[in-house]
Structure formats: C-alpha cells, structure tokens
Design a protein around this ligand. Sequence first.
Ligand code: FBP
Length: 554
Amino acid sequence: MSRETSLLQQLRLAFMPELPRVFQQHGACVAADGIDGVPLLNDQTGIPEQFPHTHGLPLIQFTRGDDTRRSAINVGVILSGGQAPGGHNVIAGLFDGLKSQHPESRLCGFRGGPDGLVDDDGIELTADIIDAHRNTGGFDMVGSGRGKLEKVGQYDKVAANCKARGITGIVIVGGDDSNTNACVLAEYFVQHGAGIQVIGCPKTIDGDLKNAVIETSFGFDSASKEYSDVIGNIARDAASARKYWHFIKLMGRTASHITLECALQTRPNLALISEEVADRKQTLNEIVNEIADAIAVRARLGKNYGVVLVPEGLIEFIPEVKALIAELNDLLADAAVDDLAEPLSVADTGVLIEIGLTEQSAVVYHSLPGSIRRQLVEDRDPHGNVQVSLVDTEKLLIRMVGHRLDQMKADNSYIGNYGTQHHFFGYEGRCAMPTNFDVNYTYGLGYSAAALLGAGRTGYISCVRNLTAPAADWQPGGVPATAMLHIEQRRGRPTPVILKALVDLDGGPFKAFAAQRQRWAIEDCYLFPGAIQYFGPPELCDRTTITLQLEQSE
Ligand code: FBP
C-alpha cells in the first residue's frame, strides 16, 4: 500500500470520531448492566441444548463508570468475510478501548480472517499501525478471508495459538456466518475451560445482520450512499441522452436492503425487491413481463430510457429458481462439484432428473442460459452460499425483456427503441472511505467490544443503539449472540446459524417505496444525492440512511 496520501486521506486520518457519552465520561471501564432483552427470535428450537453455557445471557448496556481496576489483557482480532467501510475503525476503537482500560494491554491482528487465527498468522498492532489506518476504508490493515471455523481441530488450534501468545480475548468482526462462528467458538471455549473470551461485531454492507437490538450492520451506510451517488449520475445521463435503459445490479447478496435504500435515495423508474418477488411467488417470466410493460408505457410517452435496480440476490428469491438451488445444494453436498458438473452441463431434462432433480427443477434449469447454469452449480463460497455477485442477473433480464418487447412489437403493444446498458455496483462500495456515521459507529463498536472483554463477557456481539440520535447519545452494549441463532439446512444438514434479516414488506422503508413507485415508473422523479460529504453541515454529513430513519420512526 502506497505511503503517499491524498489530501482527503490526510484530513480523514486526523478526524476524531465521536464516542457515546458513557465512554467519553468513563473510558472503557464502565459497568455492564444486564437488562432484560426483547426476544429476538420466535423459534429457537434446539439452540439452548447446543449452547448450554452461552444461551440465555442478559442484554448488556453500559451506563456509568465502574471502579473495578482492570488489568492488562492481550486480545486478538480478525476481520472476516467481505470488506465493509469502517473495519479499520473497529480495530482502532478496540485498541483505544483496551489501552484506556490499561496501557499495557496489547492487540494482535490475525491476517486473512479466520484462517489467520488457525494458522497463527498474527502481528502486533502498534499505535503506528493503528494511526495509519484511522477512519480509512478497506480491510488491508490485516486483510480478511472467508475461511470457516467449524471443526473441533480448528478450535483447539486457535486455543493453543492464543495460549502461546497469552491472548485471552478474541474479537471477530464479521457478518452473519462469521458471528455464527464466534458463537460456536465462545461456547466451545467455555465448555473446555480455555479461558478465552469471544466477542463479535456486526459487519456487512448487505445490512442483513440486524434485529431489535442491532439497528444496522456497519458498512451499509457508506456502501449504499456510494452506490446512490453513481445511480443518480446514471439517471441524469439516461434523462440527458434519452436512448438507454440502464439495468443496475446492486450488491447485497440475499437481502434487498441496499437496493431498497438506493431506490429511496435516487427514485429510479423500477426497483425489484427480492422479498416481494418471493411473497408474490413471481416467476421469472412474470418479472420480465412487468418490466417490459413498464418500458412500453414510457415508450408511449416518448421516453425510451430509464433506470432499473436489480438486487444481487434476486434469482434466489424466484420460487422456481429457489427450489432448484435448494435441490442443487443437497446434490452438491453429497458429491464433488466436478463429478456433477459434467452431467449438469449436458442439461438434458432426463439426465437431470436421473441425477436427482425434480422434474420441475430440471425444466427450470434447462430454461436458463448456460452461463447462469454454470454459476449456480460451480460458484459456492466456503459457507455453501451461491455466489450471487457472479450471477449476471442484470444481463439475463436485459436479454429476456428484449425478447418480450420483440413479441410486443409484433402485436403493436410496444412501439419504441430498446437500447440497454448494464452495470454492477458492488466492490466499489465495499472499501469506500467510511461516512461520518460509519466512522463513529465502528469506533463505538470497537470500544464497546473492549468494554465487554474488560467486563469478562463472552459470547456477545458488540452493539451500539439509538443510532438516529447524535453520536454522543448512542448507547453501547452487547447482545448475546446465541439469541440470534436458529436452525437452518446448510449443505443438507440442520445447522445453527444467525438469522438473516430480510426486507420487511410491512416495514416503513418498503412501504415508503411502494407508496411512490408508480409515479417514479412513469415520471422522471430522479434524485441526485451526490458524493458522500465528510466535512460540512452535519445535516448533510452525519445523516443516516433513509432505511434507518424510517425503521426507527416506526
Ligand atoms: P459479507 O456478507 O461477508 O459482508 O459479504 C458481503 C458481500 O459484499 C456480498 O454483498 C457479496 O455477495 C459478497 O460479499 C461477495 O463476495 P466476494 O467478496 O467473496 O466476491
């Protein structure tokens, strides 16, 4: 990484994040009050039995100073999964929090995510390293990885590595899968008397690691604002050139939170919300027909242009494709991908049924273009998820809508020109310079993780609440991670995992979108949020996402 820095980098390095008032007054030596938490999940069948030591813990809120003298502790930290703006500030907040408890406390960064913990690839994070990364985007301070901690042998190695380094606390900064790993590790360490505390931190641009206590995951704010800036620019280009329909796929993996937030920020002509597609049990053809109809309406008004937002995970929510993916998951769990790839690529319906697909899924599989079929079969991440960022849904829709418009032209229900452009906004948002919101939020999360460790807690996810208030009024604490677990089929086996929060169709953000979208489809109501602002009026620089505002005002 270059040592030279831009002017904005220099100014951001010097920026002082604002801590919640309780930490401003007392540092990270604060009393951890156990308060009754709202139940986070209705069905936790099987979880208490699998997590006897870490299930049923109280919610923690830090409210006042604590006289207890803290001794120095050695802590290890990993960044896990996809990048999200603010990761470096979690580490900076953790470092400052630990030092405020005791100046001799030390922090070790394990490189490359969970694998670094297992392989003992750690470096001491000194004040110089931390200072060079304050308020910056990216995860390059220690890197990240999608390794999974799922085997007893790995847990024992982690324990041995920590013991050798004198580490008694681990902080795992990650999404739902990584925090699930944190839960399992915390329980294992308690069960085996390892003497190592484990704390998680809610990270993911996808925004799907949230609930009544975790109001948002970090990175969602910055990434959705970064995408909204460019979507606004594209909308303006579309309205200026008047010759292209822009199909924009947006990252977010499964849930459509990013697409919904970007739609609220920019008011595109169309935005597909995967959760609604599933709720309406729409087929791929029905989605295509709806888009084509909207294009035909605008064409009659002389508007052969527009913007369509497509959530990355759409394909998984179309019931017929979802069923196909579930069957493929089970098949792939039983066989090496290479063994299956060959018969699947033949794509003869009879062959597909022979190797285990139902007739309906075989037909759906057969109807998809070869590139999409390959992506559904071959590209899985280590957690068994389809890598939706590699599935070209926006191109698939462009093609299918084009065919539909040709048919409509033949019966005169469409008279227009269908010029298209496709875009995928994903990776460019994940390492954006974090917004003021994410800078403060992540610093608070790191500081709160240090306070949880200092208070002797394990099996918690650091949280900071009351996020629509000014940062000083935010409330730091911890939520027991097992309170978010439920059982899901993973690789053909029932597995405890943290429940992903999908878009709530009865929630404020979706309702606000649904109330306006018909007008957006026909008129040009585009909004241009512009680039993220770091310095200037607080109402511009410190504002939260519209999603958070609407959710909190419910
Ligand atoms: P996390 O869930 O780990 O935060 O990752 C988020 C994400 O950016 C998704 O939006 C996207 O589908 C995925 O990562 C892409 O993964 P990769 O970086 O492995 O290509």
